[in-house]
Design a protein around this ligand. Structure first.
Ligand code: ADP
Ligand code: MG
Length: 293
């Protein structure tokens, strides 16, 4: 039988904006040794600002921004929404129309491709540009870069910058005080950006440029490195990381409002957009297990 205090723990979490899908997850949280974090949308807000528009191949800034905004309107990646917002701000257009976009594909962890007015265009990171053999030069701007190319020409890039969440560094430091021994960052973004974020929040254990499937492999390796009694938590936003949320001993979804997949795959859902809820749920887990024993 499940001790009553475990139910009390679940209730107390829910009053603090944390949905715990079963009291067994509080038990697991009390034994956590390792916290693995997704970067974009988890350690960072996922609300990007466009910092540079750099066209190439004879098109204008406005053309590059428009084609990117219109095509990215089909994506639910946080980068996509920020580019749409920038286009809306700079032009008289009210909404990114989906009219000229057909044959849309998500290239998980890399970007998207589609037909824009019948012309095949790719939008995404440097790995995607290398895949298609685009003739491009890597940008030196800080932030994430969305490169754009059609099948014959490189068309330029848009740089977008994200912000680290409020209370992020303090939360990670406090998790360590609560007994977490290892904190890892798993990200699809490039190493330079991952390291800059890591430096600001005190995480040096970083795995970058991971495709969604490779995130699961990285997690398996981290789980294997733990002792029998220890548990591993993964915290993600569900964009490209639902499989990792599902694989962790405890998957915590954070800022997952746009993503039903994350709420589905997670064991614990942070209902407010506040990363310090992680220490709150850890404290509840600890307290609950002490009462149980
Ligand atoms: P993270 O692991 O940090 O959450 P993702 O796995 O979601 O990052 O994405 C990895 C990288 O793939 C992004 O940093 C970006 O460069 C690229 N990317 C993914 N989706 C898109 C998109 N819709 N448009 C442009 N680039 C994208
Ligand atoms: Mg993410």
């Amino acid at each position: 039988s499940v001790p009553l205090s475990l139910f009390a723990g679940v209730g107390s979490a829910s009053r603090q904006g944390i949905l715990v899908k079963g009291s067994n997850y509080l038990e697991a949280l009390a034994k956590v040794d390792t916290f693995a974090f997704d970067k974009t949308g988890t350690l960072t807000t996922g609300r990007f600002a466009v910092t540079k528009i750099s066209p190439a191949g004879g098109i204008s800034e406005a053309e590059l921004l428009e084609m990117t905004a219109v095509c990215e309107a089909k994506s639910n990646h946080p980068i996509a929404a920020s580019i749409a917002a920038c286009w809306k701000e700079r032009s008289d257009n009210t909404e990114a129309s989906e009219g000229p976009v057909t044959d849309y594909h998500e290239l998980a962890g890399k970007g998207i491709s589609c037909l824009y007015n019948g012309r095949k265009i790719y939008f995404g990171n440097a790995a995607l540009m290398r895949d298609i053999g685009a003739d491009f030069v890597e940008a030196t701007d800080m932030g994430s870069i969305v490169y754009v190319a059609d099948e014959n020409n490189y068309l330029g890039y848009i740089a977008v910058a994200d912000q680290i969440r409020d209370n992020c560094a303090d939360t990670l430091a406090e998790l360590k005080k609560l007994g977490v021994k290892r904190e890892i960052m798993l990200t699809g973004d490039r190493l330079e950006i991952a390291e800059a974020v890591g430096k600001a929040i005190g995480v040096t254990d970083i795995m970058s440029e991971l495709l969604p499937g490779q995130k699961v492999d990285a997690l398996e390796t981290a789980i294997a490195a733990e002792g029998e009694k220890n548990r591993l938590v993964f915290v993600g936003d569900g964009i490209n990381d639902a499989p990792v949320l599902a694989r962790a001993d405890v998957g915590i979804a954070m800022g997952a409002f746009g993503s039903d997949a994350a709420v589905e795959a997670a064991d614990v859902v942070i209902m407010t957009d506040d990363i310090s809820r992680l220490t709150a749920v850890m404290k509840i887990a600890r307290k609950t297990m002490k009462i149980c024993r």
